[in-house]
Write a protein that binds this ligand. Structure first.
Ligand SMILES: C[S@@+](CC[C@H](N)C(=O)[O-])C[C@H]1O[C@@H](n2cnc3c(N)ncnc32)[C@H](O)[C@@H]1O
Length: 280
């Protein structure tokens, strides 16, 4: 690059940021960088001031000489480390949900229940500043936990304001509501559900979605899926499909190259469908 366009210097880690400390056995600890604080680890102590000002990806050493890599957490890492109220949807399913529901910038998405906010964060990143996520959560304590997690994750992170100079506000509304009683908005692009009886929401979703809109439900058991599919059958939803995502990691270290011995065998089933226009 010429002098007029100098390469931007890598942004260094600053006070208040959350970072992961990763040891030689890939164990991760999520910390908030606080001037003057000292991290006490079984491999020694580490003053936060030693990390502040470093470039992401640097290696720092504890008082006993143990090496730790410092990285900002990815969304997947944050979801696995954040405090939870309700059980979260794991990254292995979050990615496919975004694709199957075709969540894109500008989408208006309804989500229920909000739980710990893991899916909410993935949805917010995908709809961007021009979209909106409306979440109904029955439990006040879970909604508060989700709001906290979401705000903490996006604090300082990218979701630029829609217009230059406008105040940054997350395009998110969480209401304490029982979604089985109905959805109070119309013309939604997507309805994404993670609650025990989604069949109770099929009629509501049909009224709330625009034609062509997408319905997606995450369910842990196949009995629930069968009940949901029965309800979708008698509705205006079509192209119903159910799948599960198997995620198997591999041990790749010569001469032993093979699948890992352990895997998460089951999390949940994803059922998705498209809403057709009303017929005459
Ligand atoms: C498994 S959790 C959702 C976790 C969330 N998807 C995440 O990734 O963090 C299910 C949530 O649905 C909520 N819920 C169950 N039935 C509901 C209903 N009828 N209306 C609104 N929320 C409901 C529960 O309170 C719970 O917080």
């Amino acid at each position: 690059m010429g002098e007029e366009h100098p390469e931007p210097a890598p942004e260094t880690l600053s006070a208040g940021e959350r970072v992961l400390l990763i040891d030689g056995r890939r164990r991760r600890r999520l910390i908030t960088l606080t001037p003057g604080d000292v991290q006490h680890l079984h491999t020694g102590t580490l003053p936060h001031d030693q990390i502040i000002g470093q470039v992401e990806g640097s290696t720092v050493r504890t008082s006993l000489g143990a090496a730790l890599v410092v990285l900002r957490p990815t969304l997947s890492e944050y979801v696995l480390k954040m405090r939870r109220g309700a059980q979260v949807i794991y990254p292995k399913d979050l990615g496919p949900i975004l694709m199957l529901a075709d969540i894109r910038p500008g989408d208006r998405v309804f989500e229920s229940g909000v739980g710990s906010g893991a899916l909410t964060m993935a949805l917010l990143r995908a709809v961007g500043p021009t979209g909106h996520v409306l979440g109904y959560e029955r439990r006040e304590d879970f909604a508060a936990r989700a709001r906290h997690n979401v705000e903490e994750y996006f604090a300082g992170a990218a979701l630029p304001p829609p217009a230059q100079g406008a105040a940054r506000a997350l395009p998110l509304t969480i209401e304490i509501r029982d979604s089985y009683e109905g959805i109070d908005v119309v013309n939604l692009d997507k309805v994404v559900l993670d609650l025990p009886e989604p069949w109770q929401l099929v009629k509501h979703a049909q009224d709330a979605l625009r034609p062509g809109g997408i319905f997606l439900s995450y369910l842990p058991t196949i009995g629930q899926v069968a009940r949901l599919c029965d309800e979708l059958e008698g509705s205006r939803f079509a192209m119903v499909e159910t799948l599960e995502v198997l995620h198997r990691t591999w041990h790749v270290k010569a001469p032993s190259v093979r699948p890992d011995h352990r895997m998460v065998a089951h999390t949940g089933f994803l059922t998705h469908a498209r809403l057709l226009a009303p017929s005459d």
